[in-house]
Design a protein around this ligand. Structure first.
Ligand SMILES: [Zn+2]
Length: 467
């Protein structure tokens, strides 16, 4: 008998387990059941003896690993779990494996025996299926390996699966290495990301992968081992999002604070992590030589070389970016460069170069109305555009400005065709067009304190205070 784990499986929990198994065992194929059982025994040993008494985070209370009857005698617990696995291996039923579709040599399993049984109603997860179902030996065995190829995130378990095999390999290698290290350190063996926000966890993973020059589409999952009322969060990250980060933030800042001039994207990431909800700079209390000390966020990141601490806190920029929501608002509010804006629009929003060029041209043409007085120009031309509240208001405002421009120059602000096809084409968000135009305008202008205050009042959303 040959057991083959070389082919990917469509069910995420089985697939992540298969990848973990391959890495943990160091091979794809097993010539005999005994060969595989040796590895399974090693794993079950870890589950029973090495998980620091927190085995309940892996197995439900009905499983052979946690059942009360064996709580006092762990040797008995291991023996019982292995016997149970043996029984499953001996079964030979016909039907269809619920996960991969194999037709023969199946076993009948109940979902509560597996690790990380979630009660979620997501139909793509084995755990959602009826209590008794058929599975092939490979898929059944894979499921026991799922926890070791995941990381603790926000009190739950997170994992990723990519269409790029190299990424899956990287993820599994890292996890199994840490898992093994945890066992020898006598700490909880499950890998802990130490990140409490799912979006930050994803961002941090992308950052790491792009530094390794690994790109692909990735789906991130967050699950919990709760049968009732549990949720599965699924977030898809496109290769474009990864390439964008690679393009604008090739390396996480290391020795100094990022500045807007040198490292605009990381500057924004840092800025939005550095303050709490009330707008105060973050601090952290630590006990040094028995004395309580307050550590400022900046010191924490730079002096302590604790670069990843920026990723501990909620960051609206990261959150929106990871959820695939527009971040144009943040780019405008922080007076970001046209360069960063266009990279974002082209790579993430798929915006046509031609459209961007025309909008930029409109912004440049409007500058003809600036009589070397930025303040007056901002108040009379730019802020009125900022204040428009609908597509028709924006259109009217632009036409009005076109008329003004024609009085002093022969240059039309835009042609009718440009307006219809590039500036405000049907189906495109007028609001985004407005922000893109404003970003191009603001880049060329100098703000004094008064204008800064007015700008802040104009562009701050209700209830938001990030300054
Ligand atoms: Zn199967």
């Amino acid at each position: 008998m040959v057991l083959d784990f070389s082919k990917s499986v469509g069910e995420p929990m089985v697939e992540i387990g298969r990848l973990g198994l391959v890495e943990f065992c160091g091979k794809y194929r097993f010539g005999s059941i005994d060969e595989l059982k040796e590895k399974v025994t090693k794993l079950f040993n870890i589950y029973v003896f090495k998980t620091s008494g927190r085995i309940g985070q892996i197995f439900s209370s009905n499983s052979k690993f946690t059942h009360n009857s064996t709580g006092k005698d762990l040797n008995k617990r291991l023996k019982q779990a292995l016997e149970f696995y043996d029984d499953l291996i001996k079964e030979s039923l016909n039907g269809y494996c619920i996960s991969c579709g194999k037709k023969d040599d199946l076993c009948s399993v109940s979902k509560t025996i597996f690790p990380l049984t979630t009660g979620n109603s997501n139909a793509n997860f084995t755990s959602n299926f009826s209590n008794k179902f058929l599975m092939c030996k490979a898929c059944m065995t894979s499921l026991f390996f799922t926890p070791i190829n995941m990381q603790k995130v926000a009190g739950r378990m997170g994992f990723m699966i990519s269409n790029n095999e190299e990424i899956n390999k990287f993820w599994s290698e890292e996890n199994i290495e840490k898992f093994n290290a945890n066992i020898s350190k006598q700490v909880d063996s499950l890998v802990d990301s130490k990140i409490n926000i799912f979006e930050n966890f994803i961002y941090s993973a992308i950052e790491e992968l792009q530094e390794e020059e690994l790109f692909g589409d990735i789906t991130f999952y967050l699950i919990s081992n709760v049968d009732k009322g549990s949720e599965i969060n699924v977030t898809h990250i496109s290769e474009n999002q990864m390439r964008f980060i690679n393009n604008v933030a090739p390396k996480f800042f290391k020795n100094e604070l990022p500045t807007k001039q040198k490292d605009e994207w990381n500057y924004l990431v840092f800025k939005y992590s550095s303050k709490d909800n009330s707008g105060k700079f973050r601090t952290r209390k630590e006990s040094i030589d028995g004395k309580a000390k307050t550590i400022k966020f900046q010191e924490d990141v730079i002096d302590n070389k604790n670069y990843k601490s920026t990723i501990k806190y909620f960051n609206p920029l990261i959150s929106n970016f990871i959820q695939g929501k527009s971040i144009l608002y943040y780019l405008k509010k922080n007076l970001c460069t046209w360069r960063l804006t266009t990279i974002y629009l082209k790579e993430i929003k798929g915006m046509r170069e031609e459209r961007l060029n025309i909008i930029k041209k409109v912004a440049d043409n409007l500058q003809l109305l600036n009589k070397n007085n930025d303040k007056e120009f901002i108040r009379k031309v730019v802020f009125p555009i900022e204040r428009t509240k609908s597509q028709s208001e924006l259109r009217t405002k632009l036409r009005e400005l076109m008329r003004k421009l024609l009085l002093i120059s022969n240059k039309p602000l835009f042609t009718a065709e440009e307006m219809v096809l590039q500036i405000l084409p049907n189906g495109e968000s007028w609001n985004e067009t407005k922000d893109i135009l404003l970003i191009a305008l603001y880049e060329k202008l100098t703000f004094d304190e008064e204008i800064e205050e007015e700008f802040k009042n104009l562009t701050t959303n209700e209830g938001e205070d990030d300054e």
